[in-house]
Design a protein around this ligand. Structure first.
Ligand code: 13P
Length: 251
């Protein structure tokens, strides 16, 4: 669609020590560090953010964190505030990933608080939604995704939505090798965009909606050619220079 930016983000999850992360980032700079399109974002673990932000500052590659806490500072042992991310050169933050929702009990309310503070601080949230296998099989995909969209984005304005990226990640496709077909994914992406339109009006046409869940070099082009799929949030395949570079180039 007109004017919507394309994005490929790599979510490295809990992988790569700092030296390993530096090696991977350097490999990516050589391969895709000068590309103007799509926008490429690397989301390494916290421990590698600062070093990677330095290495990448003269490239076209952006840095994202995988999470943050919904407070500016204080007695929250083990947590990271948005200002800490911003001051080391982080631009994006993944919020509400299904692994955070499942293993760390993050609810839509918690995700909503984080999104609001991220926006207030100047970070761009990449907000994840997606259904479980049982929910899809029971025909509840739209209901589940609508609930996550409405709950996570509650209280935001249309202007806020100018600075939000959505990622649709069906949980049954994450790390399983089972990808949604381009048509299946497009159907949900269209639904998400319509839901955004109902809440925020025409701004919805500008919100990038990324697909995540077993994106590989072999299936990326098919997914990215769909009208409402504006790129990908890539897990496993983002850990290999060649695979990630191929995915980026297939946009
Ligand atoms: P995989 O690409 O490994 O399926 O992971 C997807 C994901 O969760 C990205 O956030």
């Amino acid at each position: 669609m007109a004017g919507r930016i394309k994005i490929v983000a790599g979510n490295w999850k809990m992988n790569k020590t700092s030296p390993e992360a530096v090696k991977l980032a350097r490999g990516l700079i050589v391969n895709i560090g000068r590309l103007e399109h799509p926008r490429v974002i690397l989301c390494p673990p916290y421990t590698a953010l600062s070093e990677l932000a330095n290495i990448l500052k003269d490239s076209n590659i952006y840095i994202g964190a995988q999470n943050m806490y919904a407070a500016e500072s204080g007695a929250f042992t083990g947590e990271i505030a948005p200002s800490m991310l911003l001051t080391i050169g982080v631009t994006y933050v993944i919020l509400g990933h299904s692994e955070r929702r499942e293993y760390f009990s993050e609810t839509d309310t918690i995700v909503n608080d984080k999104i609001k503070l991220a926006l207030k601080s100047g970070l761009i949230p990449i907000v994840c939604v997606g259904e479980k296998l049982e929910q899809r099989e029971e025909g509840q995909t739209e209901e589940v995704v609508a609930g996550q969209i409405d709950g996570s984005l509650a209280g935001l304005s249309a202007d806020d939505m100018d600075e939000v990226v959505i990622a649709y990640e069906p949980i049954w496709a994450i790390g399983t090798g089972k990808t949604a077909t381009p048509e299946m994914a497009q159907e949900v992406h269209r639904f998400v965009r319509d839901r955004l339109k109902a809440g925020f009006g025409e701004t919805a046409e500008k919100v990038p909606i990324l697909y995540g869940g077993s994106v590989k070099p072999e299936n990326a082009a098919g997914l990215f050619s769909q009208p409402d799929i504006d790129g990908g949030l890539v897990g496993g395949a983002s850990l290999k220079v060649e695979d990630f570079a191929k995915i980026v180039k297939s946009v």
